[in-house]
Design a protein around this ligand. Structure first.
Ligand SMILES: [Fe+2]
Length: 305
């Protein structure tokens, strides 16, 4: 694990290959405010948070800790339970989406459990933003990567923790509204900051932000997107197919309104496609392997039931 200091009061903990059950880099970010500590994201469980907790206890003792979830994906919230006496702050949709998909992700992604995982939903939610004026900290809604994404802005150090909104070479897209994503990234570009942190690409800059903006725009316009030789374009291939799949989840939400149940949708839709819930650990692969026409036929079948 890499621990690096950012600005006057930030510490970035970066889990690398071999540090946890999940490959690649993932960072959580700690800010030591005058009054409180703020921890952006909690990764994969109590196991992942052990070093972070030790670090906090050794340096900051009894200072009150606020946990912030940048969005509801499992690799950012499963460690919330490691901080039972701290408040967890997030956007209201983060809490909603976390509640909605907790069971599904907890079961299908067992291979990524790191230590114990307690279901700890946010205790304080905000709508557009939330400020801790005395510590010059702001959490602000910034939808795009997911419908529930938000950023943490440290006004004192001029740092933005952007979660999964930006990523190298391209961000993973888990929400179908690309216009909203584009607008969010443009608004980040218009903000005044010195340091931009991506949860999976570490300390980033306006160049990556600008490339991600161009990417989201090109994807929306269905333009051909080229990757330099050797650059990993797996995320792009996933995005293209996932947007196709998401269309059906979105339609089911619209069709069923308040009766929509995430687990039931997953179960029924995949069952029509001949896939049982025991196969959900490889849902992404199955999605990539399923031809678009099959999704369309499954949807027609789904509507008949
Ligand atoms: Fe993530």
């Amino acid at each position: 694990m890499l621990i690096s200091k950012i600005g006057k009061r930030g510490t970035l903990f970066t889990f690398q290959d071999g540090d946890s059950p999940m490959g690649g880099d993932t960072s959580v970010y700690l800010i030591s405010g005058k009054e409180r500590l703020y921890l952006c994201d909690t990764y994969l469980g109590t196991g992942s948070m052990r070093v972070v907790k030790e670090y906090i206890n050794n340096r900051y003792g009894e200072k009150r800790l606020i946990v912030f979830n940048s969005h509801s994906d499992f690799d950012h919230v499963w460690g919330n339970g490691a901080f039972p006496t701290s408040d967890v702050v997030s956007h209201c949709k983060t809490r909603q989406r976390m509640q909605e998909r907790w069971e599904f992700d907890f079961l299908r992604l067992r291979r990524f459990h790191d230590g114990e995982i307690f279901k700890r939903l946010p205790s304080i939610i905000f709508d557009s933003n939330m400020k801790f004026e005395d510590d010059r900290i702001e959490f602000r809604y910034a939808p795009g990567h997911t419908v529930c994404s938000s950023v943490c802005i440290d006004l004192e150090d001029s740092v933005i923790f952007a979660g999964d909104l930006i990523e190298k070479p391209v961000p993973v897209i888990l929400s179908s509204d690309l216009i909203i994503y584009y607008e969010t990234l443009k608004s980040l570009m218009d903000m005044d900051f010195e340091t931009l942190i991506s949860a999976h690409s570490g300390v980033s800059d306006r160049t990556l932000l600008s490339k991600n903006i161009e990417y989201v725009k090109a994807l929306f316009l269905r333009e051909r997107i080229e990757f330099p030789e050797g650059e990993d374009h797996g995320a792009h291939e996933f995005n293209v197919k996932h947007l196709v799949y998401l269309k059906y989840e979105d339609m089911a939400r619209e069709l069923e309104g308040s009766g929509f149940d995430f687990d039931t949708f997953k179960k029924r839709f995949w069952e029509i496609l001949g896939v049982g819930q025991d196969m959900m650990s490889i849902e992404s692969k199955l999605m990539m392997d399923t031809p678009e026409e099959k999704f369309e036929r499954a949807w027609r079948e789904y509507c008949k039931e």
